[in-house]
Design a protein around this ligand. Sequence first.
Ligand SMILES: Nc1ncnc2c1ncn2[C@@H]1O[C@H](COP(=O)(O)OP(=O)(O)OP(=O)(O)O)[C@@H](O)[C@H]1O
Length: 737
Amino acid sequence: MTTTRPGATDTSADVAREIEFEQAHVDRVYAELEKASRRANDVEADGMARGRTMRTGDVRDEEMTGLFERDALVYAAAKRRAAIEKQYEGLVFGRLDLGDLETPAADRQIRHIGRLGVRDDDYEPLVIDWRAPAAAAFYRATPVDPMGVLRRRVLRCSGATVIGAEDDLMVPEAPEGLVVLGDGALIAALTRSRGRQMRDIVATIQRHQDEAIRAPSRGVTEITGGPGTGKTVVALHRAAYLLYSERRRFESGGILVVGPSSAYTAYIERVLPSLGEDSVSLRALGDLVDGVTATRLDQPEVAAVKGSLRIRRLLSRAASRPPVGAPSQFRSFINGHAVRLDEAVLHRIRRQVLRSAQHNTATKQAREDLAQAAWASVRQGERDEFFDAFDSSRDVDEFMLAWWRQVDPREVLLTFADTDLVYALARGVLDQEESAALAHSMREALALGSWSVSDIALIDDLSAKLGQVQEAESEERGFYDIEEFDDLSSYGVLDVRAGVDRRVSDESKRSVITPTDARERLLHGRIDRASSSAHVLVDEAQDLSPMQWRMLARRGRNASWTVVGDAAQASWGDLEEARAARLEAYGSSERRAFHMDTNYRNAREIFDYARDVILPLVPDADIPAAVRETGVDPVDRTVEAPPVASVEAAVQELLGEVEGSIAVITPRRWADRLSHLEGVGEGRVQVIDPLSSKGLEWDATVVVDPDAIIDESPGGVRVLYVVLTRAAHRMTVLRPS
Ligand SMILES: Nc1ncnc2c1ncn2[C@@H]1O[C@H](COP(=O)(O)OP(=O)(O)OP(=O)(O)O)[C@@H](O)[C@H]1O
């Protein structure tokens, strides 16, 4: 905590006067913005008009250059206008009064801080962008090191209207003429009720958080800390800061933000746009491979097998097998000679080709090696004639289509549904029980028509081994062909949105066509090459399996990293293996670490309860200090099983006690019987499973059956600890007897 409150000195007259003063400044800023917005519109309109005239005649080189400049100008103007529109709400949120105790009131410098920088016609700054160096003192000044700041003020606005202000004084006593308002901005912000989505904290970033946000962009920045210490929100502000400080590099190279689940991405997705940034790619771990999406979780023992690096041996072995249905021998007459290549020869050729190439890109090489082997088996007649005949042989064409066809990585993974095959592939790697569980999980995928989250890293690994599937030369479809597709239901297609477009236009390129057959659904959509990013930001990093680290490494080969986590909240069992995979992903980049030790989320009473659960079992858990008290202890009750009525009663109680969101966090065991509570209280109540609650928070939580949460979760008590640290103000724990 970095502020002091040497006695607030405000009276209602003071408040009204100060707010009036701030309003006058805010009005000036918005008037200036209106002008800027009009200017941007003019530039855009002018640029468009110019583009139209030039297209009608020949364009000379210098005019072309002019057009590029104009395009750039129009682009910049449109961006500026979009930024102004997005940042309109609460644009100005801070003010610094600079000077020292001796500085006469008239000579004190005033600096306003906001979501973007605004200057007047004389280029004088009216608002400084929060990410600019001149704004750093707003976050870094403390009473111990005031950095020339006398008073820091946080403004609360509704649209363009100032509705309140909270001050922090950086000197022991307020100098003459300096009024101090409110009870401090941080506590005011933390006491407010939570919505369904995370808010930005741009007005109340604390000094130690600011240091992590503004850390150098290169290398690896690791942010650790216990629950609720602001790791996620700090990391997201860091992404916005990087885009501000090195826009060209990070906007063009891309920033990838990876979180544990789609519930998490839905929870944080508004933070970056609220900071003016929407060029960031936000992905859940089940959504990292373009073309495939997974939200289903495997049973813990299966997830452990699929996440460990041991599985790579199986994947390699499976990827080097002939495609399903490939012929086991080659027979033909070539140039008048009978050619017969048996299975052993074909295997040898396959092994040889795959030693230096990926299956999907090695068709030519395989065909050449096949020709060599065929010639070696004959060695009669003219060599060149033989090769010419081989090249133009239809038998060879047909054989190649079956023997070396393009292979989709998902198809290879599905071969694991065959238990005997898994036993064979897993020899010396997995025991029988693990092999059987793995095969069973693939049959489950086939039955459900959906992948699990841990399958995605395996598909990515296979994709890297097999290489990008090469598209067959596409033939133009004529009008009548297209018409034939009108009755899509006859092709097993259930749902077509977006007209004829086969893809949603969003960046995840999810397919919009849902084939009926489960296997077809699993194989549907095209898997694109993994695109790499300039910066990779990983949240809840303690949960990533080694295989998931490898998947991220493919996307961050030349990237800098921000990695956020807390080992005590881990749901992945083998922390050591994951640590090694993580270090491999970092490569030799320099690393810096930041540690967060203040819990801003949980009331102290709630966090004390959670601490008492985790410490006996994980004595080295990273325990932060909670800054806020409510005077209300969590409720802990033993109730009758099934706990439906008692959960309903607890929810009703909490709806009366808090204004905002409430979660019922339940193990699978009770989930179906409690799902009817989703959305009650005018949408304030959410029913969620323990693992999906990671990274999220609510005003109040009902934690159902903590013992079952431990039993059902791969991380055991660590997952319960996550669950017990989700509530900001109230928590009820119910134990069915
Ligand atoms: N400086 C701040 N001002 C206001 N609110 C803050 C500040 N820092 C953190 N918070 C709030 O504290 C809460 C917890 O933050 P966050 O979710 O980032 O924590 P975390 O460390 O990622 O938690 P966990 O590891 O438990 O998921 C959020 O509501 C966040 O907005």
